[in-house]
Design a protein around this ligand. Structure first.
Ligand SMILES: Cc1cc2nc3c(=O)[nH]c(=O)nc-3n(C[C@H](O)[C@H](O)[C@H](O)COP(=O)(O)O)c2cc1C
Ligand code: SF4
Length: 351
């Protein structure tokens, strides 16, 4: 584990090892406010020894929610609760970013926004997004900027824009969804660049601003294109995952050893010099170490591994069993870890 447990800096922030726990929504907030269950969960994760935690998708306005019990960051009143998460994680010597999020057409709003009137059929409903006016665009951009300001005030070390997995930024960046004829259709990255510029105006320059970007948006060439643009615009890190779920063009050779998202991160890392994070299916310390060495990415994201075993990083460092995700999808992206068979098996084996 030579590389996995070496330090790295993102800007001025020292990160003690290369294990990042990426965002995972576990919907236990109340009306957008942090509850003690949220705080306890992050405390437990921080005790487990990761170098960095990125807090779950946290919504920038009520209309952009993906789940009723999602944490919100749309009001100054929410800062006090958010600060409790930050303090709990910092007490364990771990830095924390927050992923700021708007679901767009795939959210739970009655009349969801979208760059174009895209028909979304999923999560048990069929809905057509309302095409955003220029006023809508400015207003939502302002909500991202205000969310980042609150994140800074709450004490987070940085933010991650949720720019993948089909949510609003992804809907702008993906030409299969975004059919606009205006500047946000011709240069969809402007939607993000203007948010970045706004965030820089309301936060100090050491505040870290990164993005979780779809590697296939819809093809790897698009992911690389956006990664290079955002690096030029001063993004501090690129956390590479999947793009808009429908119609990704994933042409990865069958003999590639790791997940398609790791492939995308490897390709993007060849083109940029900012820190790049890789994700998906990294299920042991040995695999994490191999990915860092073979692909040159800078950090590895351990998501479901940390649902099963919150002590993942400490156990990997000590060469212990870290547990295995069965990929049964019972957590269905919402982390009902009590129903997680991987966690039950791990707890039994390590009782
Ligand atoms: C319960 C759950 C909730 C998730 N919520 C988010 C989220 O809020 N934001 C995000 O970008 N990805 C989210 N993801 C995706 C994970 O961050 C990660 O990309 C994915 O689980 C693959 O990594 P893994 O194989 O290590 O689990 C979620 C995943 C799970 C299992
Ligand atoms: S519920 Fe299933 S897919 Fe989710 S973390 Fe547990 S074992 Fe893995």
């Amino acid at each position: 584990m030579k590389k996995l447990f070496t330090e790295i800096n993102i800007k001025n922030l020292k990160i003690k090892n290369r294990v990042c726990i990426p965002p995972m929504v576990v919907p236990v907030a109340e009306d957008g406010y942090v509850t003690s269950s949220n705080v306890e969960r992050y405390k437990e994760l921080a005790k487990g020894g990761p170098g960095l935690i990125i807090q779950e998708a946290t919504c920038i306005n009520e209309d952009g929610k993906l789940a009723e019990k999602q944490i919100g960051i749309w009001s100054d009143d929410q800062v006090e609760g958010l600060r409790k998460i930050v303090d709990a994680v910092h007490e364990e010597g771990c830095p924390i970013f927050v992923q700021i999020h708007h679901a767009g057409v795939v959210g739970i709003s009655e009349e969801p926004l979208c760059p174009s009137p895209y028909e979304f059929n999923g999560y048990g409903r069929k809905v057509v997004g309302r095409e955003m006016t220029l006023e809508d665009i400015k207003s939502v951009q302002n909500d991202y900027i205000e969310a980042a300001r609150r994140a800074y005030e709450a004490g987070y070390d940085g933010i991650e824009l949720h720019g993948c997995h089909g949510y609003l930024i992804c809907q702008f960046l993906n030409k299969r969804v975004n059919k606009r004829n205006d500047e946000y259709g011709k240069n969809p990255e402007n939607f993000v660049i203007e948010i970045l510029e706004g965030i820089r105006k309301v936060t100090p320059k050491e505040f870290i601003v990164g993005i979780r970007l779809g590697g296939f948006e819809p093809a790897i060439e698009d992911g690389i294109h956006y990664a290079k643009i955002f690096e030029q615009q001063g993004i501090d890190f690129l956390d590479v995952s999947y793009g808009f779920s429908n119609g990704q063009e994933i042409n990865v050779g069958e003999d590639y050893k790791y997940s398609n998202a790791v492939y995308a991160a490897e390709r993007i890392k060849k083109e940029v010099s900012v820190p790049v994070f890789a994700v998906d299916g990294i299920n042991s310390g040995d695999m994490a170490e191999a990915i860092l060495n073979e692909t040159n990415v800078d950090l590895v994201d351990i998501a479901r591994g940390a649902l099963i075993n919150p002590n993942w990083a400490n156990d990997a460092r000590e060469g212990k069993d870290t547990g295995k995700c069965l990929r049964c999808s019972k957590c269905a992206w919402f982390g009902l870890s009590k129903a997680c068979p991987g966690r039950a098996i791990f707890s039994r084996n390590n009782a």
